[in-house]
Design a protein around this ligand. Structure first.
Ligand code: NAD
Ligand code: MG
Length: 390
């Protein structure tokens, strides 16, 4: 039996992971399940899968969790420290699927067991890629990508030498507003931005897909995970979301990973790695699909892509600043405090201001320095949002 823990179990990735676990419950011993808000779901899953511990990051929900699991023999805990404790419980496979920068610390803690860390939380790599990957190497742990594009690249690289790679092409659907008139983007509502054409995901990543901030994060994630140069990473719009990424080799060959837009493929690949096992995903009928389309991304529509280029070139703590500014700007958009297009303008300004003043580029990446850069960037972003309101 493999001991597994799922951080962010109540979310979209977490629930897809549990869907796979449920199909072979006898293969897994569930150690920890965590969630923030959806406590009824956490209670139900912890009972059904007989988890050892259920944790909510939200202290105010502890009583509800404790009541729901009373008499079950399942440990309960709440708060950020409890999340770290849960990550310290030995497990063979840990899913990191908390959304946002909050996913970094539990992931780092999990590496200490030399375990397999299945990484959906791209924010860990964007904010602290060298720290996370460096710790994994030092501790002999394995990090496997769960983001569909990065899982695709990882699969295309099996048996290959990264030195023979010339470029990595990350595909992007273009998101909910791909065909929205450019001049009308400023007045887009939260609902309009929350409607992804191909993927069913959490709300924050869905809006990040519409603004292409998600793709911007993924470009940085590619650089950090695979150790390639910024100029070797490209983005292409591919509306069907069937090719998830392509790897271009020195001899001109392009290896494409093709599959249905179902996160259970990338999750299941990481779960079964290094083997491949049956997964309950749709088999594509290429004759019925007929054609696949591609086009270059329009930088006027997707300014986030240009910001990502700048962040990758600057390096250091710039990723932590970028991620924090993006998370804070999204909070502002969700709260109606800034517009859809304000988000990129504000994030761009915050990155520029912090790059001009703070010597971010050469800073050492530690948990403390990341936390400090994150806090400064959030504060500055808050100020910029307030300027929009006044
Ligand atoms: P989601 O919002 O559906 O779920 C997030 C999970 O994190 C929930 O369990 C929530 O309760 C928990 N959470 C939220 N804030 C927290 C906090 N401060 N502390 C602890 N836990 C907290 O998000 P999702 O779409 O499942 O995405 C999870 C991660 O996976 C993100 O990093 C996202 O970018 C990445 N990802 C998601 C998809 C997808 O298809 N959903 C695809 C690729 C990558
Ligand atoms: Mg992705």
């Amino acid at each position: 039996m493999r001991r597994i823990s799922i951080f962010g179990a109540t979310g979209s990735i977490g629930q897809n992971t549990l869907d796979l676990i449920r199909r072979n419950p006898d293969d897994y011993d569930v150690v920890a399940l965590t969630g923030a808000q959806n406590i009824p779901q956490l209670i139900k899953d912890a009972k059904e899968l007989r988890a050892n511990v259920a944790v909510t990051s939200d202290q105010t929900r502890l009583a509800e969790l404790r009541d729901g699991l009373a008499g079950s023999g399942i440990d309960v805990a709440a708060g950020d420290a409890a999340l770290i404790d849960a990550a310290a419980r030995p497990a063979d496979w840990i899913m990191s699927a908390i959304v946002g920068a909050a996913g970094l610390r539990p992931g780092l803690e999990a590496l200490k067991h030399g375990t397999v860390l299945a990484l959906a939380n791209k924010e860990s790599l964007v904010t602290a890629g060298p720290l996370l990957m460096g710790e994994a190497k030092r501790l002999g742990a394995t990090v496997l990508p769960v983001d569909s594009e990065h899982s695709a690249v990882f699969q295309a690289l099996i048996g290959e030498d990264i030195k023979s790679v010339e470029r990595i092409i990350i595909t992007a659907s273009g998101g909910a507003l791909r065909d929205h008139p450019l001049t009308a983007l400023d007045s887009v509502t939260v609902d309009e931005a929350s409607n992804h054409p191909n993927w069913d995901m959490g709300q924050r990543i869905t809006i990040d897909s519409a603004s292409m901030f998600n793709k911007a994060m993924e470009l940085i994630e590619t650089k950090e995970f695979f150790g390639v140069k910024p100029e070797e990473i490209e983005t292409i719009i591919h509306p069907e979301s069937l090719i998830h990424a392509l790897v271009g080799f020195r001899d001109g060959a392009l290896m494409a990973h093709v599959g249905p837009p179902d996160m259970r493929h990338a999750i299941g690949f990481a779960l079964n790695w290094p083997d491949r096992k049956d997964l309950p995903v749709q088999r594509l009928d290429l004759a019925q699909i007929g054609q696949l389309n591609f086009r270059a991304p329009d930088l006027a529509r997707y300014p986030a892509l240009a910001i990502a280029q700048k962040v990758m070139e600057a390096g250091g703590l710039t990723g932590a600043v970028f991620n924090a500014a993006k998370e804070r700007a999204l909070d502002g958009f969700l709260a109606g405090a800034c517009s859809f297009t304000d988000m990129a303008r504000i994030v761009s300004r915050v990155v520029d201001v912090m790059l001009s003043k703070e010597g971010l580029q050469n800073a050492t990446i530690t948990l403390d320095s990341v936390r400090e850069a994150d806090a400064m960037a959030r504060a500055l972003t808050g100020e910029e949002i307030a300027k929009q309101e006044s």
